[in-house]
Ligand binder design. Structure first.
Ligand SMILES: [Zn+2]
Length: 243
């Protein structure tokens, strides 16, 4: 199947989603199409959940499989389960990033009821970035697409949880207490919607540190990890959450 044909088939399949997701669908089309036809994008399927670019070295292929397994284990340990096995589409070159619609983000998670895929750029091939995106997938599964699209959870909260789950040392210190771990606290406004998050995430990476601090503080006052998981499940059931 050539690339245009794949895009047409995928577009037709997603047309119902397009009315809901708007620009999100346009952004995810190459990733969906590349999953349907990896060779159309210079990629090859390594396993049921891993699609890599053909130019990737053997060492890197081995490392990303290892990183993906460790990232999944980390996410499972935090949430208690991680039943979705998202497809990881990983590039090792900037050309590959461009073919898949990458615009500078280290990685992006697309989570729809019938489709979960992580697009990882050449700069994001590590366990931490994969665990961050896997956290988004699991959180999305728990609250559901409807609640996600209708603002059931502020974008900053979702990002803060992903930083904590992945234990991302760019944005968190080592330590036990929220005070020890918090790198940068801000009382100011943080992105509420995915659109605001996408606008600010690349230009203001400090919002990840600020979001993580605020989630740590919230968890400290609301039952820690168990309180967080319970709240996410209640959000999925319609609970109006205002952190
Ligand atoms: Zn994120």
């Amino acid at each position: 199947m050539n690339k245009n044909r794949v895009l047409k088939v995928v577009s037709a399949a997603l047309i119902g989603q397009a009315a809901i997701c708007g620009t999100l669908v346009i952004a995810l089309l190459p990733a969906v199409a590349a999953t349907v036809c990896p060779s159309c994008y210079g990629l090859e399927r390594i396993s049921a959940t891993l699609i890599l670019d053909r130019d990737m070295t053997a060492d890197l292929r081995e490392r990303i499989q290892d990183d993906a397994a460790k990232a999944a284990a980390r996410v499972r340990a935090f949430y208690g389960e991680f039943p979705i096995a998202p497809t990881v589409l990983a590039c090792s070159t900037q050309d590959c990033d461009r073919w898949l619609g990458g615009e500078g983000a280290l990685a992006v998670a697309y989570s729809l009821p019938f489709f979960s895929v992580i697009r990882v750029s050449s700069a994001g091939l590590n366990e931490t970035v994969l665990a961050h995106e896997f956290s988004h997938i699991e959180l999305s599964r728990r609250i559901g697409l409807y609640r996600q699209l209708t603002g059931g959870l502020p974008c900053w909260f979702n990002e803060g949880v992903a930083v904590i789950v992945s234990d991302d040392r760019r944005y968190l210190r080592e330590g036990q207490s929220p005070q020890d771990r918090c790198l940068e606290y801000s009382a100011g406004a943080l992105p509420e919607t995915p659109f605001e998050g996408a606008q600010l995430g690349g230009r203001k990476p400090e919002i990840y540190a600020q979001a993580a601090c605020r989630v740590l503080k919230w968890m400290d006052a609301n039952g820690g990890r168990d309180g967080l998981i319970g709240t996410l499940d209640r959000v999925g059931s319609g609970f109006a959450f205002v952190p």
